[in-house]
Design a binder for this molecule. Structure first.
Ligand SMILES: Cc1cc2nc3c(=O)[nH]c(=O)nc-3n(C[C@H](O)[C@H](O)[C@H](O)COP(=O)(O)OP(=O)(O)OC[C@H]3O[C@@H](n4cnc5c(N)ncnc54)[C@H](O)[C@@H]3O)c2cc1C
Ligand code: SF4
Ligand code: SF4
Length: 345
């Protein structure tokens, strides 16, 4: 089995965890990533510690990425994109395109793990929320990048620390109007944790958290939620935001929302609005799936039931997960690969 070659497609947290487990079992592993660096989306996220660690798992992902890179045990091919996978007598033949030179190489694999991940919801699809039109409407991904790179929140329009911030939950998830009924599972936790980081750094800033449901995820979630509930500057609002528009009397945004308790329409002014976007299936690999029989499940993510012998899925390619669950799923995928290769002998 040690001469078996496994290709892991996608170098996000799931691909990294899976490749690492497989190489520790003595297998030859190639990790293929289309971007110049491995890490996936999580490499862009911030630490969400306040006066203590809040277990967001971002540093775990950072550390695993560095370990894999420095150990040199996994063959790492970046700027390469897997374009085609075909079954043959001895396993699979992959066609891999080099994005820099434009050349293509062929590669044999005894097993292939797809860890090709998700696509963050494109918030411009919810035009009424003004993303892309108003500078001070940002997404959770923009806020992750801002906190990672600049260490605090600044209003994009004038660089000031915002005094009043709204978080809008379930943007692109649990939304019949765009055909996404599923919960993205990570956005309540990342939004609450980032809101706490902001409150911790800016004692004057008020947070308004617009939600319908709260989905726990990860360790210490209950503690984070409780700390927000006990914070007098943190307000939970059970309402559906319906429109955001520029307020011209002073720099900021007006938000209309429907109070789900009494049906009233309310209007509130904010300095900054954060849209807690969720996850969508990554459609860029649809062409890959056809030849090996992989199909989308009811929510559009790749259906694990459609995996045939030697093909495996890891992480969010099969549905929304946070980092911890993506890593657990990847470890499970590595075990399934080992079992498959052992049975094949
Ligand atoms: C805004 C936002 C904030 C979040 N914050 C947190 C948080 O704080 N904590 C937490 O636990 N979770 C968080 N999550 C969830 C987290 O992003 C996911 O759990 C994690 O990134 C999933 O990793 P993955 O490896 O499955 O996918 P990805 O990160 O999408 O990685 C997939 C990789 O595959 C590559 N790839 C795709 N197709 C190909 C191909 N054909 N050939 C080669 N390479 C390919 C991609 O370039 C990418 O690098 C957040 C999610 C969102 C949307
Ligand atoms: S788990 Fe998250 S909050 Fe804790 S130290 Fe790591 S990055 Fe920071
Ligand atoms: S995790 Fe929270 S914000 Fe995200 S879709 Fe689920 S309920 Fe909505």
């Amino acid at each position: 089995m040690s001469d078996s070659h496994v290709v892991v497609v996608g170098g996000g947290v799931a691909g990294i965890a899976c490749a690492d487990d497989l190489v520790q079992e003595g297998l030859n592993v190639t990790l293929i990533e289309k971007e110049p660096a491995i890490g996936g989306w999580a490499a862009e996220y911030c630490c969400k510690a306040t006066d203590r660690c809040n277990r967001c798992f971002v540093c775990v992902a950072d550390k695993e990425r560095e370990n894999l890179r420095s150990s040199g045990r996994v063959t790492l091919l970046t700027n390469r994109r897997v374009r085609e996978v075909n079954k043959n007598n001895s396993g699979y033949l992959l066609k891999v395109g080099n994005r820099l030179s434009g050349s293509e190489e062929e590669m044999h694999a005894d097993a292939v793990v797809f860890a090709t991940g998700f696509t963050p919801f494109d918030a411009t699809k919810k035009g009424e929320l003004g993303y892309g039109r108003y500078d001070d409407v940002m997404t959770g991904l923009d806020l992750e990048r801002m906190l990672r790179n600049r260490g605090n929140v600044f209003r994009p329009s004038d660089g000031e620390i915002p005094g009043k911030i709204a978080f809008i939950q379930c943007v692109g998830s649990r939304d019949e109007s765009i055909g996404h009924l599923y919960c993205s599972k990570a956005c309540c936790a990342y939004a609450l944790r980032m809101a706490r980081v902001i409150r911790n750094q800016n004692p004057e800033t008020e947070i308004f958290f617009y939600y319908m449901d709260i989905q726990p995820a990860g360790r210490l979630f209950d503690e984070t939620l409780k700390a927000c509930e006990e914070d007098p500057n943190f307000h939970f609002v059970r309402a559906i935001p319906s429109k955001i528009y520029q307020y011209y009397q002073k720099n900021g945004l007006m938000m209309k929302s429907l109070n789900t308790d009494d049906g009233s329409v309310e209007e509130e002014f904010f300095d900054l609005i954060v849209l807690s976007i969720g996850m969508e299936p990554n459609r860029e690999n649809d062409g890959l799936w056809d030849k090996i029989g992989l199909r989308p499940g009811p929510e559009g993510f790749t259906d694990p039931q459609s995996c045939v012998g030697g093909i495996f899925l890891a992480g969010t390619v099969s549905g929304p997960k946070d980092i911890e669950r993506s890593i657990m799923d990847a470890k499970q995928a590595a075990l399934s690969v080992l079992r498959y290769l052992e049975d094949k002998r």
